[in-house]
Each structure stands twice: as structure tokens, then as C-alpha cells.
Design a binder for this molecule. Structure first.
Ligand SMILES: NC(=O)c1ccc[n+]([C@@H]2O[C@H](COP(=O)([O-])OP(=O)(O)OC[C@H]3O[C@@H](n4cnc5c(N)ncnc54)[C@H](OP(=O)(O)O)[C@@H]3O)[C@@H](O)[C@H]2O)c1
Length: 288
């Protein structure tokens, strides 16, 4: 490809969480990856743009992966001002001095920018979030897209991984099933998970081919949490019972969209990705 660039230097903002840990590990196999955390001046409640800009200049960083976020959607509902500060305003303050600097921001956003009226949402659909968390993600998506012509937005629903991590749903569900803890999982709303490995491949694809724009990263099919739990239970050969529930049975929390499914057609065509299936990711988890 004529517009390929050689391994640009990547800085991950927020390397302590689930996706940050996974991306550091997976991208470091082929790229020079550095990490800045809350303690390094990127506390999004009190951001220090000067320390980020100085770090970028000193280390010749070309790509910024914006991973840090307030991710508990129920806490975002309870404290919308904090959610907006961390998920939008803090980033705006950090990134403002970098507009026109040539740096490439890559934002990790969510299916929750949609209200879930349509199944398998496509990138050209106008976001219409019903959740507070989704509203602040849309604000940041819009600001980045308007200010960085080379910016990238990746939207995902839940991320699964072959590694053990408290926030990896495969780790969490399999641990409970092994311990004989009966599960109650919703069977009325579908989501398209994606593997952390495929998210890392998408990052590599946009870096190497200098692509920009919004991409949905998702498995080909949608699953309910009940179906995901059952697939893990079958793999384990567990006899622990999984009960089915409906989303409306769970009260006192933000109402999730009925459809949390994203279409991966654009990512397949433009990034050349083939997405792992649910069974493949579960298989990899138990092999590793
Ligand atoms: N995991 C998923 O299934 C999923 C699905 C869709 C979208 N995403 C998106 O992917 C990104 C990462 O998600 P994740 O699951 O890896 O989240 P996570 O495990 O909750 O990690 C969140 C990260 O953000 C940092 N952070 C939180 N508050 C901060 C603040 N005030 N200032 C600076 N850093 C702060 C945390 O640092 P500390 O360790 O210091 O708290 C941590 O590194 C998010 O943008 C999320 O919206 C994830």
C-alpha cells in the first residue's frame, strides 16, 4: 500500500484498565508502545495538558490511544457531571493544545451512542444516545472528529479476551460457574461482543494504512448474556444453573438499549478485518 507508514510511536492514555492492559500487551508485539496513567498528569478530573504535550514532543509520539474513561455506566447516571468531566471535558482540555500538531487520536467509544432502536447499527447512522454515558461519548466523538481530520473513533460493545482479567466477562462468568454460583443472565437484549485481539488488529490497521473515521468493531453475530453464559458453561462442561431474566427485572440502574448490536461491514471492508467468533474467543481463553 502506497500510504503505509512504519510503526508509529504509540502512547496509551489509561493503561491500567482492561482494554489498556490488553492493548499494551498486544500492540507491544510489533510497535513501540508507551503508557501514561492518571498519576502521570492525565487525571481527566484535573488534566495537565502541558505535561502531556511535553511528553509527546520529547518522545516523538505520533498516535494517542484514548482509553481512559469513567466506564461504569450506572455511576455515570448517578453522577453525570463527573461523567461529563472525565468522558468529555477532561479530554477536550488535554487535547486542545494538540489540535493541528499532526498527532493522531484514536478514541475508544461505545455502542451506547445509539439508543438501540435499530439492530446492527452502521457508522453512517446519527448517534442518539439514551444513556448518560453514551451522551458524553458522543460529545467527545464529535469534538475529536471536528478538530482532528486524521482522528479515529472505534465503537465496540463488550470486549472479550483470552486473558484473565476481572473485567473480562469470560473470566468473570467462568470463575462463577466453576465455583457453582448460579447465574441470572438477561435473554432479551443482544450485543455484538468483540475480542481484544481484534481491537488491537483494528488499531494496527488504521496506523499502518493511515486511515481515519469511525469504525464499528464487532463479531458477525449478536448474542444475549444468557447465550454467552451458556457457551462458556458448555465449554466448561459445568452443571451450574444459569437462569434467564429480562432487563426490566433489573431495577435501580441505567436502562440498557435493547439492541447493542453493531454492524462490522465497514471495518471488514476498509480495515480488512475478519472478526473472531464467540466460540473462537472462548476456545482461546481456555487454551491459554
Ligand atoms: N471493556 C469493554 O467491554 C468496553 C466496551 C465498550 C467500550 N469500551 C471503552 O474502552 C475504554 C476502556 O474501557 P475499559 O473496559 O478498559 O475500562 P476500565 O477497565 O474501567 O479502565 C478505565 C481506565 O480509565 C482510567 N481512568 C478512570 N478515571 C480516570 C480519570 N479521572 N483520569 C484518568 N484516567 C482515568 C482508569 O485508571 P485508574 O486505574 O487510575 O482508575 C483505567 O485505566 C473506555 O473508553 C470504554 O468506554 C470498553
Amino acid at each position: 500500500m502506497s500510504n503505509e507508514v512504519q510503526n508509529p510511536k504509540v502512547l496509551i492514555l489509561g493503561g491500567t484498565g482492561f482494554l489498556g492492559t490488553e492493548l499494551s500487551r498486544l500492540l507491544a508485539l510489533r510497535h513501540e508502545v508507551q503508557v501514561m496513567n492518571r498519576a502521570d498528569g492525565i487525571d481527566l478530573e484535573n488534566p495537565n495538558p502541558d505535561s502531556l504535550r511535553a511528553y509527546i514532543q520529547k518522545n516523538q509520539i505520533e498516535v494517542l490511544l484514548l482509553v481512559a474513561a469513567m466506564t461504569d455506566v450506572d455511576l455515570c447516571l448517578k453522577d453525570p457531571m463527573k461523567s461529563r468531566q472525565i468522558n468529555f471535558l477532561g479530554y477536550q482540555k488535554l487535547l486542545l493544545p494538540l489540535v493541528n500538531s499532526g498527532i493522531k487520536p484514536v478514541l475508544f467509544s461505545s455502542n451506547n451512542v445509539f439508543s438501540g432502536v435499530n439492530a446492527f447499527s452502521v457508522e453512517s447512522e446519527t448517534p442518539k444516545p439514551s444513556m448518560v454515558y453514551g451522551q458524553h461519548k458522543v460529545e467527545l466523538e464529535t469534538w475529536i472528529t471536528e478538530n482532528f481530520s486524521n482522528g479515529v473513533v472505534f465503537r465496540t460493545a463488550r470486549i472479550l479476551s483470552s486473558s484473565d482479567h476481572a473485567k473480562n466477562p469470560i473470566s468473570d462468568l467462568s470463575r462463577k460457574l466453576k465455583a457453582g454460583i448460579e447465574l441470572t443472565l438477561t435473554s432479551d437484549r443482544k450485543l455484538t461482543p468483540v475480542s481484544a485481539k481484534d481491537v488491537a488488529s483494528a488499531v494496527e490497521a488504521v496506523l499502518l494504512c493511515k486511515l481515519n473515521g469511525t469504525f464499528h468493531l464487532a463479531m458477525n453475530a449478536g448474542y444475549t448474556w444468557f447465550e454467552i453464559g451458556r457457551a462458556i458453561k458448555n465449554k466448561l462442561g459445568s452443571s451450574t444453573v444459569i437462569h434467564e431474566s429480562e432487563s426490566r427485572d433489573i431495577t435501580g440502574r441505567e436502562i440498557r438499549p435493547v439492541n447493542s448490536t453493531l454492524s462490522n461491514q465497514k471495518a471488514q471492508q476498509e480495515l480488512g478485518l475478519k472478526f473472531q467468533s464467540l466460540d473462537e474467543v472462548i476456545e482461546e481463553y481456555f487454551k491459554s
